[in-house]
Design a protein around this ligand. Structure first.
Ligand code: UDP
Ligand code: LCN
Length: 774
């Protein structure tokens, strides 16, 4: 592995007293820097190089020092041999290859533009379309005629029959509007415009209608791609959105901190509110209130009959703070009630998803009174259901991964057979391949989620080429240069998570209660551990007790550093205190491990472990109380796809120390508005924290400096307003291009369907058979 190669090279240079120049800038050192992996196979050495982001090359170095390139197929065979899962005599293994489907669609050239798909697509397709003005004008005209809401025609009516007529009527309408006061309401001249052939959707005032018509006029002749983007973003095309999130406990109370239920729920609930608000604004601006049009957003999840005190057994739940946004819960069909009546881990739910999609389609249609205009999938299961629904309903599909499990577990594909019992990665990775290729567009929270950094490969990139020994070889799993990828990061709920410096917005009552809970309350049901000196600087962390979240690593880092223990307390908010209360194998083993570490390092008196599920308002206040105590937040995950807790702690004003593996590397700018830590190097982690604490002790304004920078970082870059404006504009633009370019996706979708039926389904059925026996 890369880390070992770098260490071996550095040891070699030291032992053989190589010069600095050799170590840092010789050709060999450069080569070593780009080597991702070395495989030793009998007499040959295989070197896998990543010379650029999203690019991989493999070479074989023979004993006589000749070098040969190695093909993708050979490399995957070699990997199978390495884990003793290679049976050439049994025939070739299935090769999955999506490349041919991307061969005739446009691709981004420069890796730095990956994740800016829509800008690229706009430029590319407009230059193609604009070459033939006649074809372009027809496409635009036909697109404008499409739009309806509940059967009511929007934008243009049958009085405009041709593209030429459209052009003339725009000029006539502009003339008509030229002497109207800018703020004259649309309603007062609606029927005059209707006579000319224009229906609602152009604007809510004379000036807005005029602006929209002017952009369109400009777009007809001569067209340019910027005008196109701003025009399409104004078209009222989206009124109903379905967000799909089947697994976990999807609810508004009592769910966070349970296994499988973390950031995704927070993300979606905030996104819904922001989406509804944005849709409302757009509808109002387009002048569509005259038709009494209102947006509706539905989060589709599974109904869990035994809902452990949550509302997850309720079919419909209104989302707080919205007018018409709901959680719609559809039960899994009752195969084995011992399972289907209860929460089912995200690693086990694959057999239920197809029938769930079939049942959900009817319920969604009933609730929306029609079909949605956009379907957004979340996580591997939600994206698979989004694909099934979008295919049946013929609606634009957007994917959000949140976290792709493949990169969280080292060699999860190579050793999938050993992990299958617990994780069923053969289903999950197949579902991922299906959904990511089927999606019309994908939004990611960071650039590195797609293609990583110069040093590490991205989450989507890990699907490019891999082997599932004895199941299939993926020769090309996803086109990373495809314009379907767009980076659109989330925000934080600014009503809940806001700077500790705003006393007027804080509730005194909850502050006192939570202060007690954090530092002093003696309640063995909720809290483990008492603090000898509650006045010490708190090191705080909050996460689910997943292995990957590595709260136990943080406890161990604290345990190993006497100096840290002298100067700080460790306070953890982590789901549960007792193994008997959990059915999740990772949670159980993390609980056991945490107790072991506290004992082994004798941390009694220095650690408090809160096994509570905080209502959202409380978690906001908890960060602020830690900030009142000039504490810090540490996020020690072995890998974090994005990390909402990092945004939450930063916006509160807490100096934040977060893992350098994953999204935090993009959120934080090291030593400017937070700090990177390497959770595998516990001593180094302790010394980074200690250095900060010492600096603060010498110069108290240092804490405030970092705190202020952290707050600024979130407000400037991570807000829901930025997110939803972008998401809606993407949905419209991809919808437009799908229509006008007449891109034929039927071939790739048929291939995907085959994979679903021939690969995914039999395995899902086998898992179901196993579930029936439980
Ligand atoms: N959270 C919480 N209580 C807990 C654990 C987590 O409220 O006991 C919330 C936390 O505030 C954050 C989310 O759950 O909003 C976790 O999101 P993140 O993206 O950090 O990680 P995930 O759990 O999705 O991997
Ligand atoms: C899942 C994760 O693991 C986190 O890193 C993200 O922040 C969260 O989803 C929301 O996207």
């Amino acid at each position: 592995m890369r880390n070992e190669i770098l260490t071996a090279f550095s040891d070699y240079c030291r032992d053989y007293e190589k010069s600095d120049r050799f170590y840092n800038s010789s050709r060999l050192s450069k080569l070593i820097y780009y080597v991702q992996e070395i495989i030793l196979d009998n007499e040959s050495l295989y070197i896998i190089i990543r010379p650029r982001i999203a690019t991989q090359e493999a070479y074989r170095l023979l004993e006589d020092l000749t070098i040969e390139p190695v093909s993708a197929e050979e490399l995957l065979d070699l990997r199978d041999r390495l884990v003793n899962r290679f049976h050439p005599q049994e025939g070739d293994i299935l090769e999955v290859d999506f490349q041919p489907f991307y061969d005739y669609s446009p691709v981004i050239r420069d890796p730095k533009n990956i994740g800016k798909g829509v800008a690229f697509l706009n430029r590319y397709l407009s230059s193609k379309l604009f070459q033939d003005p006649r074809q372009w004008q027809d496409a635009l005209f036909n697109f404008l005629r499409l739009h309806r809401y509940n059967g009511y025609q929007l934008l243009i009516n049958e009085r405009i029959q041709t593209q030429q007529q459209l052009s003339d009527r725009i000029k006539a309408a502009l003339g008509y509007l030229s002497d109207r006061p800018a703020d004259q309401p649309y309603e007062s001249f609606r029927f005059d415009l209707q006579d000319l052939g224009f229906e609602p959707g152009w604007g809510n005032t004379a000036s807005r209608v005029r602006d929209t018509l002017e952009i369109l006029d400009q777009l007809i002749d001569p067209p340019d791609h910027q005008a196109l983007e701003s025009y399409i973003s104004r078209i009222p095309m989206i009124f109903r959105i379905a967000l799909i999130s089947p697994h976990g406990w999807f609810g508004q109370e009592g769910v966070l901190g349970r296994p499988d239920t973390g950031g995704q729920v927070v993300y979606i609930l905030d996104q819904v509110k922001s989406l509804e608000k944005q849709l409302q604004e757009d509808i109002e601006l387009a002048g569509l209130d005259v038709l009494n049009i209102h947006p509706k957003v539905i989060v589709l999840s599974r109904l869990i009959p035994n809902s452990d005190g949550t509302l997850c057994n309720q079919r419909l739940e209104k989302i707080h703070g919205t007018l018409d946004a709901w959680i719609l819960r559809v039960p899994f069909r009752e195969f084995n009630p011992n399972l289907t009546q209860n929460w089912i881990s995200r690693f086990e739910i694959w057999p239920y998803l197809e029938t769930f999609a079939i049942d959900a389609e009817k319920e969604l249609r009933a609730e929306f009174g029609g079909k949605p205009d956009l379907i957004v999938g979340n996580y591997s299961d939600g994206n698979l259901v989004a694909f099934l629904l979008a295919r049946r309903l013929k609606v634009t599909q957007c994917n959000i991964a949140h976290a792709l499990e493949k990169s969280k577990y080292l060699f999860s594909n190579l050793y999938w057979q050993d992990l299958e019992d617990k994780y069923h990665f053969s289903l999950q990775f197949t579902a991922d391949l299906i959904a990511m290729n089927a999606a019309n567009f994908i939004i990611s929270s960071t650039y590195q989620e797609i293609v990583g950094t110069p040093e590490s490969i991205g989450q989507y990139e890990s699907y490019k080429r891999f082997t599932m020994p004895e199941l299939y070889h993926v020769i090309n799993g996803i086109e990373l240069f495809s314009p379907k990828f767009n980076v659109v990061p989330p925000g934080v709920n600014e009503n809940v998570f806001f700077p500790y410096t705003r006393p007027e917005e804080r509730l005194l009552e909850s502050r006192d209660r939570l202060e007690d809970l954090l530092f002093t309350l003696d309640d063995p049901v909720q809290v483990y551990g008492t603090l000898d000196d509650p006045g010490k600087r708190p090191i705080f962390s909050m996460a689910r007790l997943d292995r990957i979240k590595n709260l136990t690593g943080l406890a161990e880092c604290f345990g190993k550093s006497k100096e840290l223990q002298e100067r700080c307390n460790l306070i953890l908010v982590a789901g549960k205190l007792r193994t008997e209360e959990s059915t999740d194998h990772e949670e159980i083993s993390e609980i056991e491990k945490l107790y072991r570490i506290i004992d082994e390092y004798e941390l009694q008196g220095k650690v408090r472990w809160l096994g509570v599920r905080l209502p959202k308002g409380d978690s906001g206040e908890i960060y602020r109380i830690i900030a009142d105590h000039q504490g810090i937040f540490v996020q020690p995950a072995l890998f974090e796809a994005f990390g909402l807790t990092i945004l939450e702690s930063m916006v509160t004003g807490l100096p934040t120390f977060a893992t350098r593996f994953g999204g935090p590397l993009e959120i934080i700018q090291d030593k400017v508005n937070g700090f990177y830590i390497n959770p595998t190097l516990l001593d180094e982690m302790a010394s980074i924290i200690l250095e900060f604490v010492s600096k603060c002790d010498q110069n108290p304004s240092y804490w405030e400096e970092i705190s202020k920078q952290a707050i600024d970082r979130v407000y400037s870059t991570y807000t829901w307003k930025i997110h939803t404006t972008r998401l809606l504009s993407l949905a419209k633009i991809y919808g437009f291009w799908n229509y006008t370019s007449q891109e034929n996706r039927e071939d790739i979708l048929r291939y995907i369907e085959s994979l679903f039926h021939l690969l995914f389904k039999p395995r899902a059925q086998a898992l179901l058979a196993e579930h029936m026996r439980r």
